[in-house]
Design a protein around this ligand. Structure first.
Ligand code: SAM
Length: 282
C-alpha cells in the first residue's frame, strides 16, 4: 500500500493531463478519503494507507481523471466560509457569488427585520450565507428541483440556520401572494448553445441550473417581469448574471422601471451583479 506522500505523488502525476490543479485535487480527495485536514497530510507523509483507503482513493482519482468535479467527489464545497454539501443535483457554488452576498449585506446592514427570497437556491449557498449573517431576517429559499431543495435543507440544518423556509416552486408559482423587501437570485443564465456547457466541471452540473434559452436571458427576463408584484415598496431585486449580459440586464431593469440601477463587478473585475429598486409607485 502507498504512503500518503506516495499516493499524492502518483495521483498528481495521473491527473496532470486532465486537471490544472492536479496536486491540489489529489490532496483534497485524499483528505476526504482519510477524513483529515491537509495539515495531517503534511505532518504524516510516511503514514501508510490501508487497503480500503487506497482502493477508494484510486477510484475517486479515476473519476477525477474522467472530469468529475472534485466537489462532487467529496460532496462538499466551501462558500462564505461555510462547508456546504453538494451533489450532482446542485450547482457547485462559485466564489464569485459571494459578491452578491456581500452586496446585500453591505447595502442592507442597518435593517433589522427584512424579508428576503432566494430564487433558485440550489445548495442553499446564498440564502444560508445571508441567514448566517442576518439571523433576524425572514428568508424564503425556493428551487424547482426537489432534490436540490433537500440538500439545501440539510445544509441549513447542519449550520443551525433556523430562519429559512424552503419551498419547491417554479419561480414565483407557489408564492403568488407573497411580497418581499429583497429578491435575490443567481438563476440559470448561460446561452443554450454556449460551448462552455460542454467543457470542464460544468459538463457534470445540472443543465437546468445553467442554461436559459438562446441568449441565457429567459429566466432573468421572466423573474424581472414578475418581481415587481412580489416586492414591497422600495424593495430591491438583485441578480447574478453572465459577464456579457451587463447591458441586457440593465435594459431589462429599465424596461420594468426599476430605479437606482446598480451594477457591480465580480472578483475578476467583470460586471456580474445588477440590482434595482422597485420604487414607491410600481
Ligand atoms: C445557477 S443555479 C444557482 C444555485 C445557487 N443559488 C448558487 O448560487 O449556487 C440556478 C438554480 O435555479 C434553479 N432553477 C432553474 N429553473 C428554475 C425555475 N423555473 N424555478 C425555480 N428554480 C429554478 C436550478 O435548479 C438551480 O438550483
Amino acid at each position: 500500500m502507498p504512503s500518503i506522500a506516495q499516493a499524492i505523488k502518483q495521483a498528481s502525476h495521473s491527473l496532470a493531463e486532465t486537471s490544472d490543479s492536479a496536486r491540489l485535487d489529489a490532496e483534497v480527495i485524499l483528505c476526504h478519503v482519510l477524513n483529515c485536514s491537509t495539515t495531517h497530510l503534511l505532518a504524516w507523509p510516511e503514514k501508510i494507507l490501508d487497503a480500503e483507503q487506497a482502493l477508494l482513493f484510486n477510484q475517486l482519482i479515476e473519476q477525477r481523471r474522467a472530469g468529475t468535479p472534485v466537489a462532487y467527489l467529496t460532496n462538499s464545497k466551501e462558500f462564505w466560509s461555510l462547508n456546504l454539501k453538494v451533489t450532482p443535483a446542485t450547482l457547485i457554488p462559485r466564489p464569485d457569488t459571494e459578491t452578491l452576498v456581500e452586496f446585500v449585506l453591505n447595502k442592507f446592514s442597518a435593517k433589522k427585520n427584512l424579508n428576503l427570497i432566494d430564487l433558485g437556491t440550489g445548495s442553499g449557498a446564498i440564502a444560508i450565507a445571508i441567514a448566517s449573517e442576518r439571523p433576524n431576517w425572514k428568508i424564503v429559499a425556493t428551487d424547482i428541483s426537489a432534490e436540490a431543495l433537500a440538500i439545501a435543507k440539510e445544509n441549513a440544518l447542519s449550520h443551525q440556520i433556523t430562519n429559512i423556509q424552503f419551498i419547491e416552486s417554479n419561480w414565483f408559482k407557489q408564492i403568488e401572494e407573497q411580497r418581499f423587501d429583497l429578491i435575490v437570485s443567481n438563476p440559470p443564465y448561460i446561452a443554450e448553445h454556449d460551448p462552455h456547457l460542454s467543457q470542464g466541471d460544468v459538463r457534470f452540473e445540472p443543465l437546468s441550473a445553467l442554461a436559459a434559452g438562446k441568449t441565457g436571458m429567459n429566466d432573468i427576463n421572466q423573474i424581472t417581469a414578475e418581481s415587481k408584484k412580489h416586492l414591497n415598496t422600495n424593495g430591491w431585486l438583485v441578480f447574478e448574471h453572465g459577464y456579457n449580459q451587463k447591458k441586457w440586464v440593465y435594459n431589462c431593469f429599465n424596461h420594468y422601471v426599476f430605479q437606482d440601477i446598480t451594477q457591480l463587478s465580480d472578483l475578476s473585475g467583470q460586471a456580474r451583479i445588477t440590482a434595482g429598486c422597485r420604487g414607491e409607485y410600481a
